[in-house]
Design a protein around this ligand. Structure first.
Ligand code: NAD
Ligand code: IPM
Ligand code: MN
Length: 355
């Protein structure tokens, strides 16, 4: 049988709560398959930093890299915790993993499942995917401050966009569009202001588009894209965009398609040189941590993306279908005043997995 080495990084806050449910679903869905999942648990995040002073050591990174795939919950301590003032767990752990493991595609699908209330009056047919660049842009840490703390402080944060980095993610986005039914790709940027990176992104999309005559290509400035995400999200199919715009757009995308508790993502290294990492889009939610109030669906849908990535497409579809069925039944259960714990939702989704 096939052996899959899975690195688990539950992390902080609600991370461990939602990862427990995701693992429950994963274990249940592979039971019928000829697959053995070997899990290694990595205790990383704010709690680990407070205990040992380490965020992600070279040994941690090497150990994680030796796995086939990674499932992460969320990282980030309680805001304002003075002991974390100088520890940037998000940069030192999450971004370090994305950069070191060359996760140049951050894949964030948005689907409005039947029965999910959207905050939009007329959401239409919401089914798009954001292909967010994952290793460049303003996230690279190419910055610095001078005269810090004085009235003459200058703080720079330089967005890095390489021809290599832009082309590979744009190519991935075109392939994604080709595999989908609407066959449409929208570049989102801010070319009217960010002229150098904007020009590189625009020229790259135009050049690659020539190889994909069946894909309709358009462009939106990021500010206008936020309008259309709210007024007409059905116009989108594949959105390709830079790291920071993609971060912001995908929280909005989550909100219009049923909430952050449903939004899944994959940090993908399409070359297969490094393990890809799957995680909910949401963070550690310190406001509800430890209370069994978190919705584990985003983490469970991330398991579906993980299974797809491993080529276990039947298992992936079974997870997606079980989630779809659970979500469809939610409006009834909430109407009846029933509220479910994080574990209740995980159990209900396991129960809906067809065999
Ligand atoms: P957040 O996503 O943690 O929370 C935003 C709001 O959404 C909160 O009200 C929270 O209760 C709610 N929420 C989030 N997930 C939910 C779920 N599964 N079910 C129900 N409600 C949910 O964002 P934030 O408050 O900006 O960040 C908190 C911490 O998490 C910060 O330290 C931040 O840096 C970190 N963070 C980490 C990741 C990650 O690990 N991938 C992502 C985003 C934020
Ligand atoms: C996300 C998060 C991260 C990001 C933070 C925690 C570094 O917001 O995964 O969307 O900005 O990418
Ligand atoms: Mn984000």
């Amino acid at each position: 049988s096939r052996r899959i080495k899975l690195a688990l990084i539950p992390g902080d806050g609600i991370g461990p709560e939602v990862v427990s449910e995701a693992v429950k679903v994963l274990d249940a869905v592979v039971r019928g398959e000829d697959v053995v999942i070997e899990k290694t648990h990595f205790s990383l995040g704010a709690a680990r930093f407070l205990e040992t002073g380490d965020v992600l050591t070279d040994d941690d990174l090497a150990a994680i890299s030796s796995h086939d795939v990674i499932l992460l919950g969320a990282v980030g301590g309680v805001p304002g915790d003075p002991r974390l003032a100088n520890a940037n767990i998000e940069r030192g752990l999450l971004l370090k993993l994305r950069f070191s493991l060359d996760h140049y595609v951050n894949l964030r699908p948005s689907v409005l499942f039947p029965g999910v209330p959207s905050p939009l009056a007329a959401p239409g047919d919401v089914d798009f995917v954001v292909v967010r660049e994952g290793t460049e842009g303003p996230y690279v840490g190419n910055g610095g401050a001078i005269r810090q703390g004085t009235p003459h402080e200058v703080a720079n944060e330089v967005s890095v966009n390489t021809a290599f980095g832009v082309e590979r993610v744009v190519r991935y986005a075109f392939e994604a569009a080709r595999a989908r039914s609407r066959k449409k790709l929208t570049l989102v940027h801010k070319t009217n202001v960010l002229v150098f990176s904007g020009s590189l992104w625009q020229r790259t999309v135009t050049a690659v588009a020539a190889e994909y005559p069946e894909i309709a290509v358009d462009y939106l400035h990021v500010d206008a894209a936020t309008i259309f995400l709210v007024t007409n999200p059905g116009r989108f199919d594949v959105i390709v965009t830079d790291n920071l715009f993609g971060d912001i757009l995908t929280d909005l995308a989550a909100a219009i398609s049923g909430g952050i508790g449903l939004a899944a993502s994959g940090n993908i290294n399409p070359d297969g040189r490094f393990p890809s990492m799957f995680e909910p889009v949401h963070g550690s939610a310190p406001d509800i941590a430890g209370m069994q109030l978190a919705d584990p669906t985003a983490a469970i849908l991330s398991v579906s993306l993980l299974l797809d990535h491993l080529g276990l497409t039947d298992a992936a579809a079974r997870v997606r279908d079980a989630v779809t069925a659970d979500i469809a039944a939610r409006s009834e259960s909430t109407a009846a005043g029933a509220s479910r714990t994080t574990a209740n939702i995980g159990d209900a989704i396991v129960a809906r997995l067809g065999s």
